[in-house]
Design a protein around this ligand. Structure first.
Ligand code: PLP
Length: 440
């Protein structure tokens, strides 16, 4: 049966925007949504599009909105900051105020450098690792995303064919126009596989400056590390004199106040932070051991940025961190508990209906995989997911009032109330029933 068009205004606006923005969007990742929607408002965990449809928001602007939309503390902080100077291009007191908070919360954060985007923070982390070790190669893992820059966009959404054999993985470029030698300074490995990593270190360990990873692989289906995997990688790095970099742009201030490093008790040399750090303002950071971070100074490790440490971003970040830190991290506990409730309910539905569905991740960041696999360890495993079924589920979920990321990921915030969770569970169940019974 033909559906009534729910998004005529969004479609018209996309058409209009496509005359002034490439593809009509500000990030092509966003164009992967079943319908690239235009929004006009949001509050808490609810979003409204320009056609007047309401959604429960599980995309949270791709992660930053850990307190939901328009949290009163954030609104107040931004109002006050807006009436003060927007930028100095020089030092001001909010810089140490925010960095001291990060020091208190994040175990590896002996010093912090403030940047504006996660992609940029990763560039600084790589440069620091090379400066510290005098080596060149950064070893990353398949399916892990560390931003869109030439030096990092390697072996992200590559095909199994391009990646080559598991025991001899190739570093695969991710974009047209990327410098053709970008992968020369990178090595790539399958995540969660210690034997393979040991093997790669035995062959070229003396060239590896750092191992970088998302400690929970959020960008390819929210996969958790195997028991003791992170600790073992830490040991391999130590033995070989390589640094360990955790890209905590997603896990930071989402998995817990101290990020994945605190949750798993494995402390990296350097971590990149972003997204939830600022609760929605433009901010990212590199946090690390003092000995490494102190290399940032004139004539040593070069680093800059017009908007580094700008007052507007730092005012929002301070409000976000203070709210998160209250009552010993109560906001994050609630976000994670809300997510756990949805995970439990989806698992329950899946097992009762017999639909091949595996849920991976943790409360505040999890993902649905339509697959017969019960255990998903790495990016290659996710290539067996039924993408067509996932696409139909996400589209149906949108009809049911759930706004999800285009890869089946759910982000949950402290603003998701019991009512939001109850409604979301019912909507997920209806969407699952729909895709289980409808024709392809
Ligand atoms: C783990 C991770 N690292 C780095 C980035 C890049 O951050 P940004 O989009 O702020 O440049 C992202 C973005 O999604 C990310 O998820």
């Amino acid at each position: 049966m033909a559906r009534i068009e729910k998004w005529p205004r969004s479609r018209r606006l996309l058409k209009r925007a496509s005359h002034s923005l490439p593809y009509g969007v500000s990030s092509p990742f966003r164009a992967a949504a079943p319908v690239p929607l235009f929004f006009k408002g949001a509050e808490g965990a609810r979003l409204w599009d320009v056609d007047g449809n309401e959604y429960i928001d599980f995309a949270l602007a791709w992660g930053p909105l850990i307190l939901g939309h328009r949290h009163p503390r954030m609104v107040e902080a931004m109002r006050t900051a807006a009436s003060l100077p927007l930028a100095y291009g020089a030092q001001h007191e909010l810089e140490p105020e925010v960095c001291e908070r990060i020091q208190r919360l994040v175990p590896c954060a002996e010093r912090i450098a403030l940047t504006s985007s996660g992609s940029e923070a990763v560039q600084l982390a790589f440069r620091l690792a090379r400066a510290q070790t005098g080596r060149t190669v950064i070893l990353k893992f398949e399916g892990h995303y560390h931003g869109w820059m030439d030096s990092a966009l390697v072996s992200y959404k590559a095909t199994a064919e391009a990646l080559g054999p598991r025991n001899a993985p190739r570093a695969v470029l991710g974009s047209l126009g990327q410098a053709s030698n970008s992968a020369e300074n990178m090595a790539s490995s399958c995540w969660n596989d210690l034997d393979l990593l040991e093997d790669q270190f035995s062959r070229q360990g003396d060239r590896i400056a750092a191992v970088v990873m998302e400690p929970v692989l959020c960008n390819s289906g929210c996969l958790l590390p195997r028991d003791n995997y992170l600790g073992a990688v830490r040991e391999i790095c130590d033995r070989a004199g390589a640094l360990l970099i955790f890209d905590e742009v997603i896990t930071g201030f989402r998995m817990g106040l101290g990020g994945a490093q605190e949750a798993f008790g494995v402390i990296p040399d350097v971590a990149t932070l972003g997204k939830a750090l600022g609760g929605g303002v433009t901010i990212s950071a590199v946090a690390g051991r003092a000995e490494i971070m102190q290399k940032i100074k004139p004539g040593r490790v070069a680093f800059g940025g017009t908007f580094n440490g700008n007052p507007l971003s730092l005012a929002g970040t301070r409000a976000c961190l203070d709210t998160l830190a209250e009552r010993n991290g109560d906001a994050l506990r609630r976000a994670n508990q809300a997510g756990e409730r949805i995970i439990d309910a989806v698992r329950d539905t899946a097992s009762r209906s017999g639909i091949g569905l595996t849920v991976t991740g943790f409360g505040a960041a999890f993902a649905l995989h339509f697959t017969k696999r019960e255990v998903i360890r790495d990016y290659r495993d996710t290539l067996e997911d039924d993408r067509d079924l996932l696409g139909r589920f996400i589209r149906q979920a949108l009809h049911e009032g759930l706004y999800l990321l285009p890869d089946g990921r759910f982000y949950v915030s402290a603003a998701h109330s019991d009512r939001d969770v109850d409604e979301a569970i019912q909507a997920v169940n209806r969407a699952l029933a729909h895709v289980a019974t409808s024709d392809r």
